[in-house]
Design a protein around this ligand. Structure first.
Ligand code: PHE
Length: 393
């Protein structure tokens, strides 16, 4: 008897629940004529989730996931939930192009977020441009990225500014007049940033005493390092990624070179110190946000990130987080979540208040933002200086 009753109660409950569910769906469809069939917003993500730059992809993805979770928990955007379709570029530019094709044609995403490495973004951008899908790079800084088409955007600063800022920091703040450069010839980011630093440092009155390039997968920098050591620089600019800088720094210290190394944003990784040991002690590199910022957005983000991932966020995760919220803003400004509406909306993003600062998307689909110079000391990174775009003009 008891059993029968509870079964009845259960059936009644199910009936009520299904009516509520059906009703809910009908309301949604009626309210929003532009709703896609599924009522979802598909965002494609392409990042290095494995391979030599896997830290870039993993930390960026955390920031993206956090933002999507927050947005969906608060009802989505215009009642639509975000669905992520993520692909691993395996740290390879060609693979970025391959997965971009899959996201554009098979998955038919409305908008794409990626990649971190400029070389990958430059390869993937034409695919999205051709498919009429907007792409937002969270952190690719090479100027050529957004030149690939009028649907290609970014939410970070550019390497012409980053190169100028690093040169001014070395020359004016640290007082060095003789610099050497070591860079990866076959990497768009490294080659470009080396060039911007080189011309800016010379324009300030400094001398580049040695300039060496390497190519491909290098694990031994002995020869490049001895060339630079012989020129006796006061500072060494190394615009490379985190996987190489530890090896480079070790070879410099092995050959007795004590000059500090200076890098761009590419050194960033939770493993940086572990990979470099003490060899990067007293060295500097650029960063995309200021975690000490008392702004409530920054502090709220830090708290939410730590609660979800049980670890400290970095600037890549902050940029991934901001990329998602910039897309949300674009959907609101563009009046909907089709690829065309998001493209239109992204062009209208002005004074966007993100975790990585307040910025606008300019007519070249770029953002102007400050760079934070960090100093490595022990296992800590400390802020030395925030350089504004207007400081280097
Ligand atoms: N700016 C680098 C590039 O364009 C990518 C990067 C950004 C790496 C931020 C680390 C941190 O290739």
């Amino acid at each position: 008897m008891r059993k029968a009753l509870s079964l009845l109660a259960l059936l009644a409950l199910l009936a009520v629940a299904s009516v509520a569910l059906l009703g809910g769906c009908k309301d949604k469809g009626g309210d929003n004529a532009a709703a896609t069939e599924s009522g979802e917003i598909k965002i494609g993500v392409f990042l290095s989730l494995s391979g030599k730059n896997a830290d870039f992809g993993k930390t960026t993805k955390n920031g993206i996931d956090l933002a999507v979770e927050e947005i969906n928990a608060s009802g989505g955007i215009g009642g639509k939930k975000i669905v992520l379709v993520s692909k691993d570029t395996r740290s390879k530019p060609e693979e970025a192009q391959t997965v971009a094709k899959a996201l554009a044609t098979a998955d038919k995403v409305a908008v794409a977020i990626g990649s971190v490495e400029s070389g990958q973004s430059i390869k993937a951008a034409p695919v999205f441009q051709e498919a009429g899908i907007p792409m937002v790079s969270p952190s690719s800084t090479n100027p050529d990225v957004t030149k690939q088409g009028d649907r290609i955007f970014r939410v970070c600063y550019l390497d012409d500014f980053q190169g100028q800022a690093c040169a001014a920091f070395a020359f004016k703040d640290l007082g060095f007049k003789k610099a050497a450069i070591i860079f990866a010839q076959d990497d768009d980011y490294s080659k470009g940033l080396a060039e911007f630093f080189r011309s800016s440092f010379k324009a300030l009155g400094g001398t580049i005493v040695e300039d060496v390039a390497f190519q491909g997968e290098v694990s031994e920098f002995k020869d490049q390092v001895s060339k630079i050591a012989a020129a006796n620089p006061e500072v060494i600019f190394a615009p490379v990624y985190y996987g190489s800088i530890g090896l480079i720094a070790r070879d410099f210290r092995k050959q007795g070179v004590k000059a500090p190394l200076l890098g761009g944003d590419g050194w960033e990784s939770p493993q940086l110190i572990q990979l470099a040991g003490e060899t990067l002690e007293g060295c500097y590199f650029g960063y995309h946000y200021d975690p000490d910022d008392k702004d409530e957005k920054v502090q709220g983000y830090l708290k939410a990130y730590k609660a979800k991932f049980n670890t400290e966020p970095n600037s890549l995760s902050a940029l991934g987080y901001d990329a998602v919220y910039a897309i949300k803003k674009a959907i609101e400004l563009g009046g909907g979540a089709s690829s065309d509406q998001i493209t239109e909306g992204l062009r209208k993003v002005v004074d966007f208040h993100g975790v990585t600062g307040t910025f606008s998307i300019d007519q070249n689909r770029n953002a102007k933002k400050p760079i934070t110079m960090l100093k490595i000391g022990g296992t800590n990174l400390s802020k030395v200086k925030v350089i504004q775009p207007s400081d280097v003009k």
